[in-house]
Design a protein around this ligand. Structure first.
Ligand SMILES: NC(=O)c1ccc[n+]([C@@H]2O[C@H](COP(=O)([O-])OP(=O)(O)OC[C@H]3O[C@@H](n4cnc5c(N)ncnc54)[C@H](OP(=O)(O)O)[C@@H]3O)[C@@H](O)[C@H]2O)c1
Length: 260
């Protein structure tokens, strides 16, 4: 295998677009998600369509040792990761005090803990080799608090903050870490998080253009890529910092409230 990208959440809406983009450039792939069957299908499709090689790892990224297991398995097989795309993640609608401990702790585990561990495990190897790129998928949710998705917005604020710091620290190493911040997209995300009937997901955008902007941004070593905002979101995002905080919180709360 050569020119290998490790993509978490590879079977999801945004992940599959990343897979396509990398395969189009004749790069091999390590595909990570929980469902082995979906991974097998994707592997078969991509190998047939693009004549590249794909290796699958079915793992629940909310497990405490998930990152180490991925890293060790790839080390054992001498699979060298040139591109790390930390893309897996999920949200979840509801007031903080009504959501279960398990729902929010597993979200923190996938969106924050395992993403951080994978970045921490693979970056030193990239630095040693003098080549490599990281793309961490955050969200425009990183830019404000998110009543009715309190923990999700906080996880994405973490991803952007840590990523931006690392981008600066990597100066001079030849390695870069780019943070992608998409708006609302039509993927499996809204259904998985119970957000389908909220105003935020009234007009989601297709993930293909967002993935392209993120992937190309990663190749260029950009700091942040913000992509896929609907017209309403664009207006809201530009006005949000100017709004009184309490008004902004109410706006986000309403946008994430399920319509009766
Ligand atoms: N869609 C949006 O509106 C939106 C907006 C901003 C940011 N984002 C971010 O974009 C990223 C990609 O999401 P998406 O929109 O493509 O959602 P998606 O279609 O639901 O895909 C999620 C992917 O992550 C995998 N996954 C979920 N939980 C996992 C776990 N515990 N362990 C391993 N894999 C897991 C899923 O596969 P399995 O279920 O088989 O594990 C799937 O491949 C996420 O980080 C999300 O926060 C999405």
């Amino acid at each position: 295998m050569k020119n290998i990208a490790l993509i978490t959440g590879a079977t999801g809406g945004l992940g599959q677009e990343f897979v396509k983009l990398h395969a189009q450039r004749k790069g091999d792939l390590v595909l990570v998600a929980r469902e082995q069957e979906a991974l097998n299908k994707l592997k078969e499709k991509v190998e047939k369509e693009y004549s590249v090689e794909a290796y699958t790892i079915a793992v629940d990224l909310s497990q405490a040792d998930a990152a180490e297991r991925i890293y060790n398995e790839l080390k054992e097989k001498d699979i060298v990761i040139e591109y790390l795309l930390n893309n897996a993640g999920f949200g979840g609608q509801g007031d903080f005090f009504t959501r279960t401990m398990e729902q929010d702790m597993s979200m923190i585990a996938v969106n924050v803990v395992t993403l951080t561990k994978l970045t921490k495990l693979f970056l030193p190897d990239m630095i040693k080799r003098g080549s490599g790129r990281v793309l961490n998928t955050s969200s425009t949710a990183a830019m404000m608090p998110g009543p009715r998705q309190a923990v999700y917005y906080a996880t994405k604020a973490f991803v952007t903050s840590m990523g931006n710091s690392i981008w600066q620290e990597l100066k001079g190493t030849g390695i870069t870490l780019t943070t992608l911040m998409p708006g609302a997209m039509s993927t499996g995300f809204a259904k998985a998080g119970g957000l389908q009937n909220t105003p935020l997901f009234a007009h989601p955008v297709e993930p293909a253009a967002v993935a392209k902007a993120g992937y190309e941004g990663m190749l260029k070593g950009k700091l942040n890529v913000v992509s896929g905002l609907t017209f309403v979101q664009r207006i809201f995002m530009s006005m949000a910092p100017l709004l009184p905080k309490k008004m902004m919180l109410k706006q986000v709360y309403d946008m994430q409230t399920i319509k009766k």
